[in-house]
Design a protein around this ligand. Sequence first.
Ligand code: MN3
Length: 199
Amino acid sequence: MAFEQSPLPYDFNALEPHGMKAETFEYHYGKHHKAYVDNLNKLVADTELADKTLEEVITASFKDSSKAGIFNNAAQVWNHTFFWDSLSPSGGGAPTGELAAKIDSAFGSFDKFKEEFTTAATTQFGSGWAWLVDDGGTLKVTKTPNAENPLAHGQKALLTLDVWEHAYYIDFRNARPAFIKNYLENLVNWDFAAKNLAA
Ligand code: MN3
């Protein structure tokens, strides 16, 4: 069965009041994300990976140089679906409950977490992702190049930010720091992170 692109969890224009244009989603969801799904389906057609779950394809192809194209496309399909859920028209603010407590204990304070996340997202050289992960019970901020993700490293992802240039060029041109600031202030979906932590 072919892999399918998950529906965007909000309308293309839902984040316009929060700095991200419908045009961003027309390209980023409608063209970039869709292309990863289409490429993945072509690459796994008639192989033993065609009937696996997306997560199984990602872990089976990581660090297998003969399957680099499959890994890159499968991980990018997963990463983008996870990214759309990491954004919300009613996002921003601060986490609550157990997630807030775990952030305080891992980073010292919510402000320190934001500093660490901002540094990771800013300093990922070239294309990649910044993450909040649960690594064996401890929360960590990580950054990964290109398509790499926490799944490949045996960590549980809680939140992500896409820092490929295509993620911010329409709204923020070359200003990646402004895109990161807007994400943390206005878009980050703490309910999604809390749900992942509890899962
Ligand atoms: Mn992207």
